[in-house]
Write a new protein. Structure first.
Length: 273
């Protein structure tokens, strides 16, 4: 039985349907992990939410930054008229409330020790072990699942603080956790998040390194699959024990699935647009 991780879908429901058919035709699909950003940009975010939710227990979904943005939008009716076109169909759907409730009960990080893999949307801070990442993700999950999360969601977005400190509390602590798990790409030498540069590693300023290449990263021994970074030059970074599978389905690239095995080079399956 095989577990596959699937990259950022961003509303590309027809591509997702074809990829799922391809994986099912291979046989013995145990679980389907989704690295987040199910919605926005593509033509059918509503269809993606419905399809993934209908997978039931076969699907393990972590939230991405676009998914968090949808949750914030859904609880603020004053913003619905200005919502991106790809999200208006969700907000107008008869099952909107059920879909939003399902989405806000998804985790921010997932780990299967028996399988030997961990999944986040964007990255894991250098200071956190895999166990600490799960603990801090749970803090944000608890806030999202609160019956009155609307005020919290309004304050969640921003670029500060940019560095982890155990003494962080309140909304600043939760904002850092959200940014670390759903938005980070590059960090400085002291492990501060750089939320501005979003392009390639080759052209990055010399003071920045990809989050997974920080020399003091505490999660180095854990195999991590993530998304979020369509400008990443490669999927496989085995020297860092990470695989980045956002291959740009939102921008005309393929939709990718990674077979989560113990092989040195896990199999990559890609569906071209």
């Amino acid at each position: 039985m095989t577990t596959y991780a699937i990259g950022d879908i961003h509303g590309a429901d027809s591509m997702l349907a074809q990829l799922l058919d391809t994986l099912d035709a291979r046989g013995d699909v145990e679980k389907l992990w989704f690295v987040g950003d199910l919605v926005n940009r593509g033509p059918d975010s509503l269809g993606v939410l419905r399809r993934v939710r209908n997978l039931g227990d076969r699907a393990v979904v972590v939230l991405g930054n676009h998914d968090l943005s949808l949750l914030a939008l859904a609880c603020d009716p004053s913003r619905h008229a200005k919502a991106p076109d790809g999200l208006k169909s969700i907000l107008a759907a008869p099952d909107c409330d059920e879909l939003i409730d399902w989405l806000r009960h998804r985790p921010l990080a997932h780990r299967d020790t028996a399988l030997g893999w961990m999944m986040v949307h964007a990255g894991v801070p250098a200071e956190w072990s895999p166990a600490q990442a799960l603990t801090h993700a749970a803090e944000l999950q608890h806030a999202l699942r609160d019956d009155d999360a609307s005020e919290f969601l309004k304050a969640l977005f921003g670029n500060t603080p940019d560095r982890w400190k155990n003494k962080l509390n309140g909304i600043e602590r939760l904002r850092y956790i959200a940014n670390a798990l759903t938005r980070q790409r590059f960090v400085t030498q002291n492990a501060s998040l750089d939320m501005n540069y979003k392009k390639t590693i080759a052209d990055a300023p010399t003071n920045l390194v990809p989050w997974f290449a920080h020399p003091k990263r505490h999660s180095l021994d854990e195999r991590i699959v993530f998304g979020h970074w369509s400008a990443l030059e490669a999927v496989r970074w085995p020297q860092h024990n990470v695989w980045g599978i956002d291959t740009g389905a939102a921008w005309g690239g393929p939709l990718s699935a990674l077979a989560l095995s113990n092989d040195p080079e896990p199999e990559l399956i890609q569906l071209a647009p």
